[in-house]
Ligand binder design. Structure first.
Ligand code: AMP
Length: 191
């Protein structure tokens, strides 16, 4: 199994690159942001819980997020591997993911960390907001809060994966194909 964490601030290109990676390596894509948005659209109880946090650019509480992730992994017992996009975002989430994969006799192969300068991220997110229909892309204050939350809660996880020799830092500026090439080189080192 190849299990990949695609990591980076909002707007770094995690979703775009995940689509290309899952096709090449035949992986199941789990995006916690997409799962929350589907729940909001379906007006589920989970969606209702998540919405107030997402609209402000805050993280949804760990317990809710971890339970949702676990259920999604367990729905795919025959997967070739997973690409985790937007998860983990906190240390308890990273620990829960390791424990879950361990219980399935597997583990994270590599954490791909996309590096993009902050000002480029803001421009990308404002542009995405013109077409994405996402409330959290439509307001520069919410965008900046998401970047601040990333720096505070999520960026420290790089050390978690570095200590396990699984961190690959990838320059996230360039064409989609250039960045994809860099990501594949990094994956193949750990596959
Ligand atoms: P994303 O689509 O990954 O940018 O996520 C959009 C929003 O969903 C985030 O700003 C959070 O409010 C919420 N979210 C997504 N993934 C997580 C996670 N792993 N932990 C907590 N909140 C999350």
């Amino acid at each position: 199994m190849i299990n990949i964490v695609i990591f980076g601030p909002p707007g770094a290109g995690k979703g775009t690159q995940s689509e290309k990676i899952l096709e090449k390596y035949s992986l199941v894509h789990i995006s916690t942001g997409d799962l929350f948005r589907a729940n909001i659209k379906g007006e589920t109880e989970l969606g209702l819980k998540a919405k107030s946090f997402m609209d402000k650019g805050e993280l949804v509480p760990d317990s809710v997020t971890i339970d949702m992730l676990r259920a999604k992994v367990n729905e795919n017992p025959h997967a070739n591997g997973f690409i985790f996009d937007g998860f983990p975002r906190t240390t308890p989430q990273a620990q829960a993911l390791d424990a879950l994969l361990d219980s399935l006799n597997t583990s994270i192969s590599v954490c791909l960390s996309l590096q993009v300068p902050d000002e480029e991220l803001v421009v990308r997110l404002i542009n995405r907001g013109k077409t994405s229909g996402r409330a959290d892309d439509a307001d520069e204050g919410v965008i900046r809060n998401r970047l601040a939350v990333y720096m505070r809660e999520t960026a420290p996880l790089k050390d978690f994966y570095k200590q396990q020799n699984k961190l690959e830092e990838i320059h996230g500026v360039g064409t989609i194909d250039e960045i994809f090439g860099r990501l594949c080189t990094a994956i193949d080192k750990h596959a």
